[in-house]
Design a binder for this molecule. Structure first.
Ligand SMILES: NC(=O)c1ccc[n+]([C@@H]2O[C@H](COP(=O)([O-])OP(=O)(O)OC[C@H]3O[C@@H](n4cnc5c(N)ncnc54)[C@H](OP(=O)(O)O)[C@@H]3O)[C@@H](O)[C@H]2O)c1
Length: 252
């Protein structure tokens, strides 16, 4: 199963900045008929609407708010491609003993796992009506292997990966293509504290669209993610030890 970007109607969550904004621009450049640019504050995408006219539609959508999700699905009845991109990382650098870890995890799970699940539930009938379409969940390499410095974010993204796999199975009968994007470090607000080589959001967005058009179910959109993906499939335990090693051992 694959999906053509040219002529499609997409909805991107978290479209106001980072990868979501780059995806919106790349979809338009790739010939998408319309992109619903969903954001908690729709004013934050007004420049995109100004630039692209009626091809970009601003939509208010906090992915943790059931009423806003229901409203989005009732309004955007022509969507064929749902991109669950919105995400947060609240506990970056927190100590494992930090008491706030659990509350941060609760917030991450709300946005990173419950959000895509609820959006997919709401849009599944819309996609079915529009010929099957596709759901693309922006995951992370940490969906495959937990990074100890971002333990709760890793866990939330692992949950989202698990949901993506089940979604693929549940929506197969209605002809919906489902992909997970296992991104590595990207140069966005979220990525700013990651001390690794980072891909640009534009190159990642383009690679995601290329993966969608090729019908890939597991998209590795940058150099670091491709290396980590290879290492994971070769020897998951070795990768776990490598990313879990104290910095001085990892450097050795
Ligand atoms: N950057 C990386 O290194 C990296 C690596 C792998 C995967 N990812 C994933 O890529 C996706 C995009 O991240 P990014 O790097 O572009 O991060 P970002 O620049 O921090 O952008 C995050 C986006 O998510 C939105 N968002 C947060 N909470 C939301 C909510 N409750 N409802 C709706 N939107 C919400 C933000 O909107 P506001 O402006 O309103 O906060 C913003 O548009 C995320 O799923 C992230 O986990 C990122």
């Amino acid at each position: 199963m694959a999906l053509r970007i040219d002529g499609t109607v997409a909805l991107v969550t978290g479209a106001n900045r980072g990868i979501g904004r780059a995806l919106t621009e790349a979809l338009i450049a790739g010939g998408a008929k319309k992109v619903y640019a969903a954001a908690r504050d729709p004013k934050a995408v007004s420049d995109l609407v100004k630039k692209h006219g009626t091809r970009v539609v601003a939509m208010q959508l906090d992915v943790t708010k059931p009423a806003e999700i229901a409203n989005a699905a009732a309004r955007a009845t022509d969507v064929a491609l749902l991109i669950n991109n919105a995400g947060i990382a609240t506990n970056f650098g927190s100590a494992f003993t930090d008491a706030s870890l659990v509350e941060g995890f609760r917030q991450e799970i709300e946005v990173n796992a419950f959000g895509p699940l609820a959006l997919t539930q709401a849009f599944a009938p819309v996609l079915a009506k529009n010929g099957g379409g596709g759901v693309v969940n922006v995951l992370s390499v940490v969906s495959l292997v937990s990074f100890p410095s971002i333990v709760t974010y890793s866990a939330s993204k692992a949950a989202a990966h698990s949901i993506t796999q089940a979604t693929r199975s549940h929506l197969r009968a209605q002809g919906t293509y489902v992909a997970g994007v296992f991104a590595g470090p990207v140069d966005t607000d979220m990525g700013k504290n990651v001390p690794m080589e980072k891909a640009s959001p534009q190159s990642v967005a383009q690679a995601i669209l290329t993966g969608i058009e090729a019908g890939e179910e597991d998209i590795f959109p940058d150099v670091v993610s491709r290396e980590m993906g290879k290492a994971f499939f070769a020897d998951p335990k070795a990768l776990e030890r490598q990313v879990g090693a104290p910095p001085e051992e990892a450097a050795a």
